[in-house]
Design a protein around this ligand. Structure first.
Ligand code: NOJ
Ligand code: CA
Length: 687
């Protein structure tokens, strides 16, 4: 039918063989340029160039609605509007305090031509916002008689990449959500279906001159997550995770898509310090955010991943009153803000990862005195971190979450870690008829579920740290109680069960997954012969673990190891105790994607800076400039570095701690061992 319509169009519409330009819009600095055109058969397209170099060739815009009816062919331009915005806003917490939103907006009002056979003159706007460091565009379907409730069966947004850049990618629609090691290939050798953020290096040679580009989306609200499906050697089309019904998105006008984004920079670091995603999200819907507190925590967690304790009840149950009190004592002694206790609640004894319907979020196991443990923590100046593993069962969780958050609030809990261990398209949904349907956890139903949990939690002044989430699209601006998320391979994969992450994982994560926002990676494993019998399964040195507190941003950071494993390394633990989790500003000092990264961040509460450097399997010497320090001020640098014999495979625990005085203009030489890293505290002296 679609083909027939196209054939008819070709004969009915006075089509030109070439494109009719509609409008151009450039970034405030003029380097990034977007051009919109109408092609043959009234197909709207866009293209993107940076310094005159094409990034995207003309690429299609549009959607297919109910019954294969395309809104994106036979279109005419009614008018275009332009606006400019330049204003700054402040994050309640984050990697940067003040963010400037400076962009040019182009709004193209499209309407189906009255000559399109079967066309109903439906309207659709495409809105572009072009910043110096990226572009976002989205569809808006205004309220109109010809379009009320509708279904999106496909999104036609294409991205014809104008080169074959080196690309870092993971496959979409795999069983284990986003938890895969990144591949590095030419784009033409990447997979058929890819998750975003998709990071690309357009450098022509080995000089790393860029540009660097990341394709992603912003403000994923009430829509399905977008993956990229191959349509050509270097061309992809937006692919929306469909419902079990076959529909991709249910909408009702007025309605809008998330922003499709291209982050663009001259260096890999420009992608990291890029604020396009946050700027494209709506301001906070929470009026009072004063109760949302970043912090550091310890917890009954690694023992389960090592297999020495269990989540389920029995002789090795991890979440006992007595065991929890030992962690609380440790947290109190070392000033940690929270203590996570996993496995405290009824429901872990069956096949929870396949079902989750046994979970109660209010009933503790009999050997865990919830009230007493919470009181014990409060009395010692720390608090419990709640844990709600749902087994990926949204209906079971939604039925209980109000009561569960109210209970947590009463216990003095301010942060709850949620979890969705389920696989592929197996996440349950209860239909209107009461049947169980199975969904992707990044389709529209689960996207909305995660948002419902944020809204319900906010009612009880609870912030969330979501494991197995839908990917991050900057919603933490709109819901600042979305403190952190997992959504990639974290430390747990370095446990003996996990197969390991590889030494290149962290220098890759920084430029891929981390572009989405904070990650609860859970750094700080010091017992680097994890089982004591086998080789180190954690592919870093101890100093490398410290570096993660700076290079992998999260407002909630765990010290993930067992308290007893910190005992022999109190001097190194000091860095974890000192390092902040809330920053005024962030700089990437040096990097090569997948190989190494050095970053510096300034504390929000003081003038101190912290530096983290991480390498892959290769030893390197980094020589970083300290020109970010305040002129004329002396800083005491405490450097936690790899020892001369350190090597992640053979000698991961060899480290040294050194102190020196430095100032702006100095350079710092940092020797990194294979799989190693370094962490530096730069304490500002008197003025
Ligand atoms: C997976 C999470 O990522 C991990 O942190 C947690 O311990 C388990 N699920 C159990 O909830
Ligand atoms: Ca996980």
């Amino acid at each position: 039918m679609y083909r027939l319509a196209l054939t008819l169009l070709m004969t009915v519409l006075p089509l030109s063989a070439s494109a009719q330009p509609v409008a151009q819009v450039a970034s405030p600095d003029g380097r990034l340029q977007v051009e919109v055109a109408i092609h043959d058969e009234g197909v709207p397209t866009y293209q993107v160039a940076y310094d005159g170099q094409p990034l995207l060739e003309p690429s299609r815009l549009g959607v297919v609605l109910n019954g294969g009816d395309t809104l994106g062919v036979g279109m005419e331009v009614l008018s275009v509007d332009r606006t400019t915005r330049d204003r700054s806003w402040t994050q309640p917490w984050g990697a940067t305090e003040t963010i400037r939103d400076h962009h040019h907006e182009l709004r193209v009002h499209l309407q189906e031509s009255s000559r399109k056979p079967g066309g109903r003159e439906r309207r659709m706007d495409v809105v572009f916002r072009v910043f110096d460091d990226g572009v976002g565009f989205r569809y808006e379907w205004p309220e109109q008689p010809a379009l009320g409730s509708f279904r999106i069966e496909d999104e036609l947004t294409a991205m014809h990449v104008a080169a074959d850049p080196t690309t870092w990618w993971i496959r979409a629609y795999e069983w284990n959500r986003y938890e895969y090691r990144y591949e590095e290939t030419d784009l033409s050798d990447a997979g058929y279906a890819l998750h975003t953020p998709l990071t690309m290096d357009f450098s022509a040679g080995d000089a790393g001159e860029g540009p660097y580009v990341s394709i992603h989306e912003a403000a994923l609200l009430d829509y399905a997550a977008m993956s990229l499906r191959r349509i050509g050697p270097t061309a992809y089309e937006a692919d929306l995770a469909e419902w079990s019904t076959g529909t991709k998105v249910y909408g009702e006008t007025p309605f809008e898509s998330p922003w499709r984004t291209l982050l663009v920079g001259d260096t890999p670091g420009d992608l990291v310090t890029n604020h396009v995603t946050l700027n494209l999200n709506e301001p906070s819907r929470l009026e009072d955010t004063s109760w949302i507190e970043p912090g550091k925590y310890v917890g009954i967690w690694w023992a389960m991943h090592l297999g020495t304790r269990t989540w389920s009840s029995g002789p090795d149950h991890g979440a006992t009153t007595e065991h929890a009190k030992r962690y609380i004592d440790f947290a109190a002694e070392h000033d940690f803000d929270g203590v996570l206790v996993e496995g405290w609640n009824v429901g872990w004894d069956g096949s929870w990862a396949e079902d989750g319907s046994d979970f109660s979020f209010t009933e503790p196991y009999p050997d865990f005195d919830l009230q007493e443990v919470a009181r014990y923590a409060r009395d010692r100046g720390t608090r419990l971190i709640g844990h709600h593993e749902t087994g990926g069962n949204a209906p079971n969780y939604e039925a209980q979450m109000d009561a569960a958050y109210a209970l947590m609030h009463d216990l003095g809990v301010t942060v709850v870690k949620t979890g969705y261990v389920d696989h592929g398209m197996q996440f349950p949904r209860v239909t209107a008829e009461g049947d169980t349907a199975r969904e992707w956890n990044y389709g529209q139903y689960y996207v909305n579920h995660y948002r419902r949990t944020l809204e319900a939690a906010a009612e009880h002044e609870i912030a969330l740290n979501i494991h197995e989430p839908v990917k991050g699209t900057g919603l933490r601006r709109t819901y600042p109680n979305l403190l952190s998320r997992e959504g990639a391979r974290g430390q747990e994969f370095n446990a003996p069960w996990g197969g390991g992450n590889g030494p290149d994982h962290v220098p890759t994560l920084v430029f891929t997954r981390m572009l989405e926002g904070p990650m609860d990676f859970t750094p700080g494993i010091f017992s680097l012969d994890a089982t004591g019998e086998e080789a180190n399964s954690v592919p870093t040195t101890l100093a490398g673990q410290l570096a993660l507190y700076v290079v992998l941003y999260s407002p909630v950071q765990m010290a993930a190891d067992l308290p007893k494993n910190y005992a022999p390394h109190r001097d190194a633990l000091q860095f974890i105790k000192d390092v902040p989790v809330n920053w005024a500003e962030t700089r990437v000092l040096d990097s090569r994607i997948g190989d190494y990264v050095a970053m510096a961040r300034r504390d929000r509460e003081s003038d101190d800076w912290y530096l983290g450097a991480k390498t892959d399997a290769e030893a390197r010497t980094m020589d970083v400039s300290l020109d970010f320090l305040e002129d004329g001020r002396a800083y005491t640098a405490t450097l936690y570095r790899d020892g001369a014999e350190a090597d992640w495979e053979t000698n991961p625990v060899d480290y040294a701690i050194e102190t020196q005085t430095v100032e702006a203009g100095d350079r710092l030489r940092i020797d990194l061992a294979p799989g190693g890293g370094a962490a530096v505290r730069l304490q500002a002296g008197e003025h």
